[in-house]
Design a protein around this ligand. Sequence first.
Ligand SMILES: [Zn+2]
Length: 171
Amino acid sequence: MKQRITPAQLQQLSPEQQDKLRTWWSIHQQQGDVFICLGNDFLSGKVFAWDGHNKPFKLAVPLLSVGQCIELLDPKEEAIFTMMKYIASEPQIYEVNVGGTEYYGDSMCDCLWQAVKEVALHIETKEEKVNKAREERLSYIRHCEKCFKVFSLKDYDFSGGLKCPHCGSEF
Ligand SMILES: [Zn+2]
């Protein structure tokens, strides 16, 4: 069974994604974790195991194990994804389903890695950030049925019930 991703798979990550992975690993490091260096010096491409004491090199990135992939996808161990294997297919295909989206691979490790890249190591584009902010704003906006003016529920004081700040109508 393929236990961990390969250095070539790490190279599929953008520099921003590598940084995101490094940040995650700096908090979740465990003795024995396997990592490589992606820098340009003599250490580049060499595989190491973390001794649990010394700080790994600055440009170290973990060669994620199946367990680490699962931890990235499901940090609270809520079993929030499902995995299945298409046994009739040749070669065999694995599928991970995270929140209704499917990711595929030739092994458990590879399909988990697909999901990790696109879910846990996803870098929001500018457009996605703008859309998210807009959706959040819209979710706070209410329309008064009496005076038809709009008001925001953000920072709204609900202690006296919901009242239109323009005309005072209660809802
Ligand atoms: Zn009103």
